[in-house]
Design a protein around this ligand. Structure first.
Ligand code: ZN
Length: 173
């Protein structure tokens, strides 16, 4: 797995002068460009910088994963102006998503999947009595010193699943 540290990313951005290698779009704020890993199926091989390139978010979205197709893809240059309309539309969507999440938070609505023992009703967590009894039993078992795996086996939940339940602050609130 290639670990793209922020300093490595920065180095790649500078190397390619903050420009998408397909359409030439430049963005020094780095908000609309990404470091693209060529040939994802080789992710576990030693990362050399020539496997990394810079693409704008639009060109990145359509980039083929296979190296040979990718090389063709990136050699077919396009005019970044052609993509402007997609860029604008994309920005609008992410802004709307962000706004929607902020609104939900402000209204005290729960964002994400309901934790075990709850169901989501109109953005609010509602207790699922049957499953909450299991949650309580899991906490009781943990207090008695039973291991994660042992507890998991009893209730048909994986050990990491049990751990997640025990660590979730939603149950202690
Ligand atoms: Zn591009």
């Amino acid at each position: 797995m290639i670990d793209l540290t922020s300093s490595l990313k920065e180095r790649i951005f500078v190397k390619y002068d903050y420009a998408c290698q397909k359409c030439g779009f430049r963005d020094e704020s780095c908000e609309d460009i990404v470091v693209h890993v060529v040939a994802k199926e080789f992710r576990d091989r030693t990362c050399t910088e020539d496997l990394l390139t810079v693409l704008c978010k639009i060109c990145d979205r359509f980039a083929p994963q296979e190296e040979k197709y990718f090389n063709t893809y990136i050699s077919e240059k396009i005019d970044s102006n052609v993509l402007e309309t997609f860029r604008k539309a994309g920005r609008g969507t992410s802004k709307r998503t962000k706004k929607g999440m902020e609104k939900a938070k402000a209204e005290g609505k729960y964002i994400g999947r309901a934790p075990y023992g709850y169901i989501l009703v109109d953005g609010r967590l509602v207790v699922d009595e049957k499953k909450m009894k299991i949650v309580q039993a899991i906490f009781a078992d943990a207090r008695r010193g039973l291991g994660l795996r042992e507890i998991g086996r009893t209730y048909g939940i994986s050990a990491p699943g049990v751990k997640k339940i025990l660590e979730n602050k939603v149950y202690s609130a």
